[in-house]
Write a protein of this length. Structure first.
Length: 216
């Protein structure tokens, strides 16, 4: 089989594409913030929550959820996490109502997580490494610790939910939407974004195979 310069170039491009898909898959496996209710209708005590999304079986022991004050950038709350992400990829941390239990249904962990209303940020951290960060509200005169541009400060009783928990553009405004009815323990869209990329990769393989056959 004789390979022309153009064919070799296309093979190189394909190899780079494979590397890119692999890198994307690795990034998507990282644990992210998928939904936050920080201002419940009525009392926040025991009703607010933070939902994480990640690879089933991922160990969360030692990770931190930090509340960053939008007024001065100080850390006003630091929550140590524990546990393992279940088979559905969703891990819910419910606010402690004062007796070690939470009013949030289906919680995997109970912690004091009554985060402030905006403008503020919530940061998910593994030691010095920031895994994800969500800033919400108007930071015109504040300190933003989220990603890209801030998500809106939603009304009381509404939550901020990641549009696709398996994708992170590192821009809160693009990644999150307001939900009138919070959905702790479930995600609003399918969290399986890789098949289109895989299909594109396979179609490229078939196309290159066709070129190779023509040039034998």
């Amino acid at each position: 089989m004789h390979f022309t310069g153009k064919f070799n170039q296309r093979m190189t491009q394909l190899a780079l594409a494979v590397i890119g898909v692999s890198a994307l898959a690795g990034a998507q496996a990282q644990t992210v913030i998928s939904e936050v209710l920080y201002d419940a209708a009525g009392t926040d005590n025991g009703n607010v929550f933070v939902e994480l999304f990640g690879a089933p079986g991922a160990v969360l022991d030692g990770l931190l959820l930090e509340g960053i004050n939008g007024a001065d950038g100080s850390i006003y709350r630091s929550v140590v996490l524990a546990g393992t992400i279940p088979s559905d990829g969703i891990f819910v941390i419910g606010d402690d109502g004062g007796d070690g239990t939470s009013l949030v249904s289906g919680v995997d962990l109970v912690r004091e997580i009554d985060f402030q209303n905006g403008p503020d940020s919530i940061v998910l951290r593994d030691g010095e490494l920031v895994l994800d960060a969500l800033g919400y509200g108007d930071f015109s005169n504040g300190v933003f610790a989220g990603e890209g541009s801030a998500a809106p400060d939603v009304p009381s009783g509404s939550s901020l939910a990641r549009i696709n928990p398996a994708m992170d553009t590192h821009n809160n405004l693009l990644d999150f939407m307001a939900l009138d009815l919070p959905t702790p323990g479930s995600v609003p869209v399918s969290a399986v974004p890789l098949p289109p990329a895989v299909m594109l990769f396979l179609s490229g393989i078939l196309g290159l195979a066709g070129i190779a056959r023509k040039r034998r």
